[in-house]
Write a protein that binds this ligand. Structure first.
Ligand code: C2E
Ligand code: MG
Ligand code: MG
Length: 400
């Protein structure tokens, strides 16, 4: 039985004393394998007569009075108790996301308190995710960014909740260093059949993934929505299609049932074409720490991946000839000619006209640590149907 009316009779202290404040858990599933991967803690006021009051009925008044801060800590403490129980009993648990009001930004000892509670129960910090609603970014944006930096520095993961329904400017997303983006259910109407809605969603997932954010779609209710979200390579699904928020005991049973590692479904059977492409890209990115996309005709380049590579100081100008000059300057002097000859724009253009598919060389490259290492660079020519520009993808990796 769920109460509909606004609960002006809610008394936080009383509810806690009477043990009427209950934590429900909503499972979050991997969008491709349908496996339980994490969860969100959602508070309920369960009255003695069995009436369940949803947070929308009492949280606004707590936000107003400031008591929301105490509620959030209460929820965290109970989540930690739950996770500790799993840990003690050897149950394979999943991380739990806890909602924290924007009011915590003003708590000067927030991170200390967070660490103290979680550590007290011996729960690994990676098992707790901190959810902060996107609307919090409208005001206090500088303080929020600093707040998030501190939380992540303490090894907790941070999720931006309700993305797409607040009024914050898109620019905040480039400044923010979060781990997870939760796309709000308000963006998922019409079973995702509306063309404009699909464009907006595809773009959000695209920029989120390029910013290396893990994506979760909230409020997924239909198979059509799920199908579309898979084509966007959405990582995780939270919604009534799979499961409603459930009482702790029920979620406990679910975790225990998921305890035995299931036979993995054949990944190719559950792939949407774009997800398969994503897998392929991930494989390429894992194999090559440095990937550069260049337009030889326009003398420009774009760094697609740049991690754990020997030379960490490639130019950011985007001018291809600068890149080659930089490569040559950090090259073993005996390899310089080979490098220049192979990768000068004119020589690559010639190779392309000859019909070569790839040009590759091994050179010795000076790392930022002052040591020369052998680097293999393979430049693959690619065609773009909408232009005659000569494009090339460089895949580079250290051989030593
Ligand atoms: P939220 O953090 O965005 O949580 C997701 C809400 O969407 C939950 O509502 C959940 O029940 C609902 N939901 C999930 N899947 C579906 C679906 O498929 N369809 C529909 N229609 N709804 C779905 P809930 O539990 O009523 O919570 C509402 C909000 O209250 C939460 O939104 C969160 O902002 C706030 N809240 C809940 N617990 C806490 C808490 O402990 N602390 C704070 N500060 N806020 C909380
Ligand atoms: Mg939330
Ligand atoms: Mg949300």
């Amino acid at each position: 039985m769920e109460a509909q009316e606004k609960s002006s009779d809610f008394d936080l202290k009383q509810a806690i004393e009477n043990d009427e404040l209950k934590i429900y858990y909503q499972p979050q599933y991997d969008a491709l394998t349908n496996r339980l991967v994490s969860s969100e803690a959602l508070v309920r006021w369960v009255k003695k007569d069995g009436t369940i009051v949803l947070p929308g009925k009492f949280i606004p008044q707590l936000e107003e009075s400031g008591e929301i801060v105490a509620l959030d800590w209460y929820v965290l403490e109970n989540v930690c108790k739950f996770l500790k129980k799993h840990q003690d009993e050897g149950v394979h648990s999943v991380p739990v996301a806890v909602n924290f009001s924007r009011k915590h930004v003003n708590e000067s000892d927030y991170v200390e308190k967070l660490c103290k509670i979680v550590d007290k129960y011996g729960v690994p910090r990676k098992m707790i995710e901190i959810e902060i609603t996107e609307s919090a970014f409208v005001e206090q944006s500088e303080q929020i960014l600093e707040h998030i930096r501190k939380i992540r520095k303490a090894d907790f993961r941070v999720a931006i909740d309700d993305f797409g329904c607040g009024l914050s400017s898109l620019s905040f997303i480039k400044d923010i260093s979060a781990d997870i983006l939760k796309i709000d259910k308000a963006l998922l109407s019409h079973n995702c059949q509306d063309e404009k809605e699909r464009i907006v969603l595809e773009s959000i997932f695209d920029f989120a993934h390029r910013l290396k954010l893990t994506t979760i779609a909230e409020g997924v209710e239909t198979r059509e929505q799920l199908g579309f979200l898979r084509t966007c390579s959405c990582k995780m699904i939270q919604g009534f299609l799979f499961s409603k928020p459930m009482p702790e005991a029920e979620f406990d049973t679910l975790c225990r049932a998921d305890d035995k590692p299931e036979e993995m479904e054949d990944i190719l059977l559950v792939q949407a074409p774009s997800s398969a492409t994503q897998l392929l890209l991930d494989a390429v990115f894992t194999r090559y720490p440095l990937i550069i996309f260049s337009n030889l005709t326009k003398n420009s380049f774009y760094m697609m991946a740049y991690e754990n590579f020997t030379a960490q100081s490639c130019p950011a100008s985007g001018v291809f000839t600068d890149l080659i000059a930089h490569g040559a300057s950090t090259m073993h002097p005996e390899d310089s000619d080979l490098f220049f000859n192979t990768f000068s724009i004119s020589n690559q253009m010639e190779a392309y006209k000859r019909g070569d598919k790839v040009v590759s060389v091994v050179t010795r490259q000076l790392g930022d640590d002052g040591i020369y290492r052998r680097v293999e660079t393979a430049n693959y020519f690619v065609k773009n149907p909408s232009s005659d520009d000569v494009l090339v993808i460089s895949l580079c990796h250290n051989l030593d």
